[in-house]
Design a protein around this ligand. Sequence first.
Ligand code: C5P
Length: 222
Amino acid sequence: SGRLVVAVDGPSGSGKSSVSKQVARSLGAVYLDTGAMYRAAAWHCVNEGVDLDDADAVTEAVRGMELTQSTDPDSEHIAVGGHDVTEAIRTPEVTAVVSRVAGVIPVREILQGRQRAEIERAGRIVAEGRDVTTVVAPDAEARVLLTASEQVRMARRSGQLAAAASGVDAETLKAQVAGRDRTDSAHSSFERPADGVTLVDSSELDFDQTVAAVLAAVQLQA
Ligand code: C5P
């Protein structure tokens, strides 16, 4: 099996992470969650007490961040400076600030560089995020934009939010996610796929059908 880079982008609630992991298993590939890297960067800045309004300080903190991340689709582990943050990066506190950290251009360049290095190293990989098809790996063998209708994404999100909720009410969490989407839209567009990117709309598909649709897109492109 030679080089096979599959890039999958999409908004939250599109089912991108679980679908990408299953696609990786089917292809015997590893899996890279780029969103987890932005979350780890945000966790690190908060943990170090960095002023999030100070772009230079945020950039320096992320440049010095020692990140280790599992690329096994069956074991999601991420650590900063040897400290396991797999669960800490999913808390509402980190989720509330991740878009601000991800909005710092030099932070994006640092993490995009690390993502490209990981993709090159792996060779056979499914890399998932928001700018993988367009910026990180526009030369990927297969590129997919995974979307779902606003209604379906909201429903899936409230399911996820309910599962993750820890004392914070659903309305607050929903508002936070909506705010994150607005901030994120500055550096990613999910309205239409870029040239050469296959659109998979999962609104009317169940999980297995969505995985099959992505695998079909991979087979057509690669
Ligand atoms: O995918 P996930 O929701 O975990 O991503 C968390 C955040 O990381 C996003 O809201 C976005 O701000 C940022 N992100 C990004 N570029 C990516 C992946 C994630 O800016 N490729």
